[in-house]
Design a protein around this ligand. Structure first.
Ligand code: DGL
Length: 270
């Protein structure tokens, strides 16, 4: 075992949503120490400009690099869409994984008719990042994107199986499921994996791609390739940093993480 292997993986997001990625990483890579940063004071990013998101991202990445991480995971689709390049510049030779690259590869692996739907925030859809990532691997693929700005607040409200959420999802799915529609649907936002049961009911013939799971898979491969996998089996250390602890944070965070949220600390950036 070498010292580098024992360093933590840095995972970050605009808020608590990235805990869906942490949850997938904990399951796929149980020996890995994780440091999470969620910018809860400035969430949502999905409606902000590229410039603002880049500035915030620079601050988050500097914070994680100061904590001596061995790899970075961009758990936020919106950050990956508009500031992925900036993160890679700052990380140098360190492995950087992101939900968009992983989601694009997974979608192409499962589609049969090469028609892929992407549900995401407005900023992610406007950036065209999923289409670029998918077309880089298969220029023939047909991509239909749908901005779903109402879903983040509905998930944060905990309305995972509520009639209002069902009707909203149905409306967003309409153009994607229209005739000759998509056979694969990428959940291009940290919050959407929590809507999987509802989405499965509303789009039963479509394969859902959960970028959280595919990102954890990609992280496992990247750590192996760089010989960075932590062989220590005595229990991993998890630390969670946020820029604010808003009302009901604990409840919402635990819903995303699927377990109790301990070792939580507030820090201010910028
Ligand atoms: N984390 C964001 C994403 O995955 C959703 C929340 C936000 O808008 O900041 O796109």
């Amino acid at each position: 075992m070498n010292a580098l292997q024992q360093k933590p993986i840095g995972v970050f997001d605009s808020g608590v949503g990235g805990l869906t990625v942490v949850r997938a990483l904990m399951e796929r890579l149980p020996n890995e120490n994780i440091i999470y940063f969620g910018d809860t004071a400035r969430v949502p990013y999905g409606v902000k400009s590229r410039h603002t998101i880049e500035t915030y991202t620079e601050q988050i990445v500097s914070f994680l690099l100061e904590h001596d991480v061995k790899a970075l995971v961009i758990a936020c689709n919106t950050i990956a869409a508009v500031a992925g390049q900036k993160v890679r510049q700052m990380a140098g030779a360190m492995p950087v994984l992101d939900v968009i690259s992983a989601g694009a590869t997974a979608a192409l692996a499962v589609t049969r008719n090469q028609s892929i739907g992407v549900m995401a925030t407005s900023t992610t859809v406007n950036s065209n990042a999923y289409a670029r990532a998918i077309h880089a691997q298969n220029p023939q693929a047909r991509i239909l994107s749908q901005a779903c700005p109402l879903l983040v607040p509905l998930v944060e409200e905990g309305w995972l199986d509520h009639e209002v959420t069902r009707l909203t999802v149905r409306e967003y799915l309409k153009p994607l499921l229209a005739e000759d529609g998509v056979d694969t649907l990428v959940l291009g936002c940290t919050h959407y994996p929590l809507l999987k049961p509802l989405l499965k009911q509303e789009a039963p013939r479509v394969t859902l791609v959960d970028s959280a799971i595919t990102t954890a898979e990609a992280a496992a491969r990247a750590l192996d390739a760089a010989n960075l996998r932590n062989p220590n089996t005595t229990g991993a250390d998890y630390r969670f940093y946020v820029s604010d602890i808003p009302l009901r944070f604990q409840t919402i965070g635990e819903r995303f993480l699927g377990r109790s949220l301990e070792q939580l600390e507030m820090v201010s950036l910028g």
